[in-house]
Unconditional design. Structure first.
Lengths: 155, 191
């Protein structure tokens, strides 16, 4: 095994995590290779250095605070359930219903509008007569009608 | 009176919303979970919040626990995942990154002050800071693997169950982590 491959095994060997045969191979290599042996010594020293971190002090009693949060979480869940009971249709579904309603409404509105549009155009055409030279029921209109009537009677 | 119920029984009861059973379960394990979180974060204040979050998750997941996985493995898996996820999001938060160095283990380091002389205490404190910085510079899974191995005394096989990976992956995490620590702490190793 090469030094590079061997170095990957040194830590596991120091931790007693290698099978006996593999551990024996690593140990035998360390005995022969000064570079890997130095590497093993440095790893061991680094491992020891980690103990420079001080002991963790006694844990504070976190039970009351955690139980309070669990209780609050339960209350929130109950509130959510109550909301769901009061409003069985979720908000997103209500929004979707509103959008669908709008689309249908606009569509229907157009159909209705187009149905009445013809009549609206007719009405507009009729009302435009008001702007003729002799609008209906005006003096001019009455004069023309009288003339027509006299012509028909041969007066 | 001492409750003789097993961890599985307590968790089963907790899943049925038995708060007392969960209180008892937490009393059994909060010390160890707190220890691991403190070691991993190096910050007592964060550890308090994180331990509460973790036990809240444990309470919610109590029903999913099966005794075929050891309770420690299960508990440590929740703890490790939560710690790694939290630290990942903190690393992305620039505000936290600025505060991190200032908040470096003041509570944890107070134990050092018990050293015989002030000079030795200061030296130890400085060394502890250096080791903490070196550990914090590791990728989170490497840091967790080394913390579980060095401070919790777990075997590679147990770590593989906690981190949900193979034993050879743990071997690799530990090797790469130790290699990085060796380089970072090189000057300190010369002494």
């Amino acid at each position: 095994m090469s030094c590079t491959a061997m170095r990957k095994k040194i830590k596991a060997c120091l931790d007693g995590e290698l099978p006996a045969a593999e551990a024996a191979a690593v140990k035998s290599h360390l005995a022969q290779c000064p570079a890997c042996s130095r590497e093993a010594a440095e790893l061991a020293k680094t491992w020891e250095l980690l103990l420079a971190l001080p002991d963790v002090q006694e844990a504070p009693d976190l039970i009351p605070a955690t139980m309070a949060r669990i209780l609050a979480d339960g209350e929130n869940t109950r509130s959510r359930k109550l909301l769901r009971w009061l409003f069985p249709v979720p908000l997103s579904a209500a929004t979707a219903a509103l959008v669908i309603g709008l689309v249908i409404g606009i569509g229907l509105g157009r159909i209705i509008a187009s149905t009445y549009l013809d009549r609206g155009e007719t009405d507009t055409a009729l009302y435009l007569e008001v702007f003729q030279d002799t609008p209906p029921q005006s003096i001019g209109d009455a004069y023309i009608k009288v003339n027509y009537a006299m012509e028909e009677k041969g007066i | 009176m001492f409750d003789q119920r097993t961890d599985f029984e307590l968790l089963k009861a907790a899943a049925g919303k038995d708060a007392d059973a969960f209180r008892l379960f937490m009393a059994r394990y909060q010390e160890r979970v707190y220890g691991l979180v403190c070691r991993f974060t190096g910050d007592r204040e964060s550890a308090r919040d994180l331990v509460q979050d973790i036990f809240l998750k444990v309470y919610c997941a109590a029903g999913s626990y099966t005794p075929d996985a050891g309770v420690f493995t299960w508990l440590y898996r929740i703890t490790a995942n939560h710690c790694i996820n939290c630290m990942q999001s903190r690393k992305r938060d620039p505000l936290y990154a600025a505060e991190e160095d200032a908040a470096l283990t003041p509570g944890v380091l107070s134990a050092v002050s018990r050293a015989a002389t002030q000079e030795i205490a200061l030296e130890q404190q400085e060394r502890a800071r250096m080791v903490r910085r070196a550990l914090d510079s590791l990728p989170l899974r490497q840091k967790m693997a080394i913390t579980l191995l060095r401070f919790e005394g777990l075997s590679y096989k147990e770590i593989s169950r906690v981190l949900e990976c193979s034993v050879s992956a743990v071997e690799s995490l530990v090797f790469r982590g130790m290699d990085a620590l060796k380089k970072t702490l090189g000057a300190e190793l010369e002494k």
